[in-house]
Ligand binder design. Structure first.
Ligand code: 3HC
Ligand code: NAI
Length: 684
């Protein structure tokens, strides 16, 4: 069956594309569309054309898997030109998503109708690209620069309603009657003497304020920092204003070709597929029966418990929240309400939605209220004895078959599971703080965790908007485990003479939002520190002993003013020098390259150890964790993809060269070494 078919409805030619799952505009679809336009031109009985997608969606864009491969004719820009050049009016009938090349096809059409639930956007920038089939030239001509710039540069889609208001959609049609309504619309416009041609329009771009581009750059500078594609998008839109259409199109093409062959786009495309690959679980049948989750119990209403609960409330799932005492329970519920009310103040929730979410929350001091929950997530103190006691108790109370999960950051899920008579129902669900905001969820698969339990948690993660990655049971799972060698090396570097603010700066320059010492200040240096037992055995002990607790009291590695501006503390620098001398560390000048290698290469090595021990299913899962949980810069593709671009040989060379200075805990991964020796990569 061809992916593009045509049929006649009276004098309207209906062109149907059906290329599951998302109607991507691969070669066969492009060829089919080009053929259909020839049919429309040669058949005198055809007065108008409707292009419609069957299945989930109108076109969701070019086929991303084709990038980097030899091009197959016809290219998408030619197909769009062909549609636009049709003497007979062409109507795009949009449902689902018209994204990227999909919206560009729609812009080549003379008219666009859409169902109310449709979304329209040019997300190419998120893949490190710009719309390369005329989108940067046609969209501003259709809706003006002020509306087109944010759409192209953010890549975020807009609703059919917003699109109609902007002039991108001519008519919103019935949700269940797209095709007949589009055909009726086509018949209605067929008798008109001329039809709007996007590339020929000037009404929306003439008189564009030339200052709009610089203003936009300034207003968005922070958000766009580090990425190449947004600037290329801005330049292409500027070309739409400054140049005739054909020349603007050339400019778009030139910028597109440069981006598509660059490392940033390769990395961002990797991230797209990595996120989707992470949802696939080895050894579990795709059609496994999931456990219905209608009611979720949360144990502990502290920092994590409250945030975790909000995820479910926001998804319309009932939550029972249990605490030890009334005061922390009230505090936890208060924080949830305040968070929702703040969101409402920003206009992103209605007061009714706030009350609706709160009505689904049942705060209680009784474990018995957890009895009929389908899933209970424990978020009490990070202490094995406490967790063991809690799981033993949960096992006796919560109904058989229900999932018992722990939000532990480091502890052994198998030992926790052993306290129950249902280890197959025990799993780790490691949320990140703030849990209602951060998208990453590490799902920790215990030795005896059942397939249905794992698959249910994966599906639930998607439902609550999380990006889930499966990890094995090891100290710190994937993310925190890789943080450990970085922190160890950061501590070592400052003892050996690298100023702590320089260490932070090297990571900021690489693209991280924060360096290790800024992070330590933010988390609080006294986390887990005890005044009575402190022996001045580490820099952290020494800082806490001098009441340098971090941002919370305005003094940590840095001194903070009332606006939280930071300056490196000379007192801390002196403390480090003295401590280094006492510990017998020789101080020397350390260059930025060494700092970078010593912070990041051991992380890559730890990632390789994680793979070697099968604690992650695939290298790209590790990238997903670091990209979404720890601020690893997206344009480098995550630690493992980045290592591939550096060259694994170079990583091993760097580790061997730096080994004499590195923390003694470092252990080279055999997998990394062998891959480096054979010129291999982690991501193939
Ligand atoms: N090309 C190839 N494969 C694609 C694809 C695309 N454009 N979009 C999605 N897929 C694949 C996914 O990899 C996934 O495959 P899998 O099942 O094997 O893992 C499958 O389609 C389903 O995708 P999702 O799991 O993402 O499905 P959702 O329903 O959650 O989301 C979507 C649907 C919103 C369309 C989302 O897939 C998406 O955002 N796709 C990318 C859209 C995009 O970036 N378009 C621009 C492409 S670049 C372009 O058009 C260049 C042009 O200007 C020249
Ligand atoms: P927290 O100290 O803010 O909250 C813990 C809450 O549990 C307290 O309100 C306490 O009263 C309650 N509690 C203790 N024992 C209880 C019991 N037996 N029954 C009911 N309630 C009980 O701690 P936080 O930060 O929320 O951490 C919870 C868990 O989440 C820990 O395992 C931690 O390692 C993990 N985690 C923490 C992250 C963070 O950034 N804070 C990130 C990811 C995981």
């Amino acid at each position: 069956m061809p992916v593009v078919t045509t049929h006649k409805d009276g004098d309207v030619l209906v062109v149907v594309s059906d290329n599951p799952p998302v109607n991507a505009l691969g070669a066969a679809v492009r060829q089919g569309l080009a053929e259909a336009m020839k049919t429309a031109a040669s058949d005198d009985s055809v007065k108008a054309v409707v292009i419609v997608g069957h299945g989930r969606t109108f076109f969701a864009g070019a086929d991303i898997t084709e990038f980097g491969k030899p091009p197959v004719e016809p290219g998408l820009p030619e197909v769009v030109d062909l549609i636009e050049a049709s003497a007979k009016p062409v109507v795009a009938a949009i449902h689902g998503t018209a994204l990227g090349g999909g919206l560009e096809v729609a812009l080549g059409c003379h008219y666009r109708v859409a169902v109310p639930s449709a979304k329209l956007g040019l997300p190419e920038v998120k893949l490190g690209l710009l719309p390369g089939a005329g989108g940067t030239q046609r969209l501003p001509r259709v809706i003006g620069v002020e509306a087109a710039l944010p759409m192209i540069v953010s890549g975020d889609p807009i609703s059919a309603k917003t699109a109609e208001a902007a002039g991108l959609i001519d008519r919103i049609v019935g949700e269940g009657s797209l095709e007949p309504d589009a055909i009726a619309f086509a018949r209605e416009v067929a008798s008109r003497s001329d039809h709007p041609v996007s590339s020929k329009r000037t009404d929306k771009i003439s008189g564009t304020d030339p200052g709009v581009f610089d203003r936009f750059r300034q207003e968005n500078a922070r958000r766009l920092k580090g990425f190449e594609a947004p600037e290329a998008c801005i330049q292409a839109v500027k070309a739409a204003v400054d140049l005739p259409f054909a020349e603007g199109l050339n400019k778009e093409r030139e910028l597109f070709m440069k981006l598509v062959s660059g490392t940033q786009s390769a990395a961002l495309r990797h991230n797209f597929f990595a996120e989707r690959a992470a949802t696939k679980i080895d050894g579990i049948a795709a059609d496994i029966q999931l456990i219905p989750i209608k009611k979720v119990g949360i144990l502990g209403a502290g920092t994590m418990g409250g945030g975790i609960g909000m995820n479910f409330l926001s998804a319309g799932i009932e939550v029972v929240m249990v605490e030890r005492e009334q005061a922390p329970l009230d505090r936890g519920v208060g924080v949830i309400r305040k968070n929702y009310e703040n969101t409402a103040k920003r206009g992103r929730l209605t007061p009714d939605q706030v009350e609706g979410a709160m009505a689904k929350l049942k705060p209680t001091l009784s474990y018995d209220d957890l009895a009929d929950c389908d899933l209970v997530i424990e978020a009490v103190f990070e202490n094995m004895d406490v967790k063991k006691e809690v799981f033993g108790r949960l096992d006796t109370i919560v109904k058989p078959g229900a999932i018992l999960a722990s939000n532990t950051s480091y502890l052994n899920i198998d030992q926790i599971a052993a306290m129950t008579r249902r280890p197959e129902s025990v799993i780790g669900l490691h949320f990140f703080s703030p849990a209602n905001v951060m998208r990453l969820l590490e799902i920790v698969r215990g030795a005896r965790t059942g397939g249905a339990v794992l698959a249910t948690c994966m599906a639930l993660a998607k439902k609550i908007g999380k990006i889930a990655v499966v990890a094995g049971v090891c100290d710190g799972f994937i993310g925190n485990r890789m943080l450990t060698p970085r922190q160890r090396e950061a501590n070592k570097l400052i003892l050996q003479g690298a100023p702590f603010d320089r260490v932070d700066q090297v990571l900021l320059d690489f693209g991280f939002p924060m360096g290790p010492f800024q992070m330590a200040d933010l988390a609080g240096l006294d986390l887990g520190w005890n005044k009575e037992t402190s022996k001045g055995a580490s820099i952290r002990d020494l800082l806490c002993e001098r009441d340098r607790r971090g941002q919370k009291n305005g003094r940590g590695f840095y001194d903070y003013d009332e606006k939280r501006n930071r300056t490196p503390s000379p007192e801390v620098q002196q403390i480090i020098r003295e401590f280094a001398a006492e510990s017998g560390e020789d101080q020397r000048e350390i260059g930025d390259q060494e700092i970078l290698e010593r912070l990041l290469y051991p992380m890559v090595n730890e990632g390789a150890l994680i793979l070697e021990e099968h604690m992650a299913q695939r290298a790209s899962d590790i990238d997903v964790v670091w990209l979404n949980g720890y601020g690893w810069p997206a344009w480098t593709g995550g630690p493992m993809f980045w290592a591939d671009t550096v060259g694994l040989g170079k990583v091993v060379e760097g580790l061997e060269k730096n080994a004499p200075h590195m923390d003694k805990a470092f252990r080279m991964s055999a997998l990394l070494k062998s891959k480096a020796a054979e010129g291999g990569r982690f991501n193939t």
